[in-house]
Design a protein around this ligand. Structure first.
Ligand SMILES: [Zn+2]
Length: 178
């Protein structure tokens, strides 16, 4: 497995809509290796999700894993793969929460997201699945799926004044919230 280079904003791959993964890809050794490498890369940079455009691959593919120890998460989400995902809102309720992105290093900002959604996607074998996500898990799904349409979280912020460096977040914002 390899740790892949992460694209940062201003790289065009992050602003281009990604292409659907074709059926043949699931049997392709290189496609399966890409998934393993994305997993490794997500762990290396301590992300909870990674989308293929972030590693310079314009494919509708992402990986997610939320460790139980993550203080933002209500529940652990074991590693899973999203291929050609489709998000359907469940209700209109939105919630503000902090997000960061490996493609916009060292920053965080408050982003409104759907509180509940349904996700339809294929797994790494090409098998369809459907699940419901809420709260932080739903946030991560929306963040990763946004990458597949060329969006990043700062596009979704209502108030840019919440944008903060992680160090200053720990010193000032996080301290205030406790
Ligand atoms: Zn991101």
């Amino acid at each position: 497995m390899s740790i892949l280079k992460v694209a940062r904003i201003a790289h065009p791959v992050l602003r281009s809509p990604a292409k659907p993964v074709p059926k043949e890809a699931f049997r392709d050794r290189l496609f399966q290796k890409l998934i393993d490498d994305m997993r490794e890369t997500m762990y290396e940079y301590e992300g909870v999700g990674l989308a293929a455009p972030q590693v310079h691959e314009g494919l509708r593919l992402a990986v997610i894993e939320v460790p139980g120890k993550d203080e933002r998460a209500e529940a652990e989400v074991p590693f899973f793969v999203l291929v050609n995902p489709v998000v359907t809102p469940l209700g209109e309720e939105r919630e503000n929460g902090w997000e960061g992105c490996l493609s916009i290093p060292d920053l965080r900002g408050v982003v409104p997201r759907l509180k509940r959604l349904k996700l339809d996607a294929l797994d790494r074998e090409g098998k369809p699945y459907s699940l419901e996500a809420s709260d932080f898990f739903a946030r991560v799904v929306q963040h990763e799926c946004d990458h597949l349409d060329g969006h990043v979280y700062v596009d979704r912020m209502n108030d840019m004044r919440s944008l903060t460096f992680i160090k200053e977040f720990e010193d000032h914002v996080h301290a205030d919230e406790e």
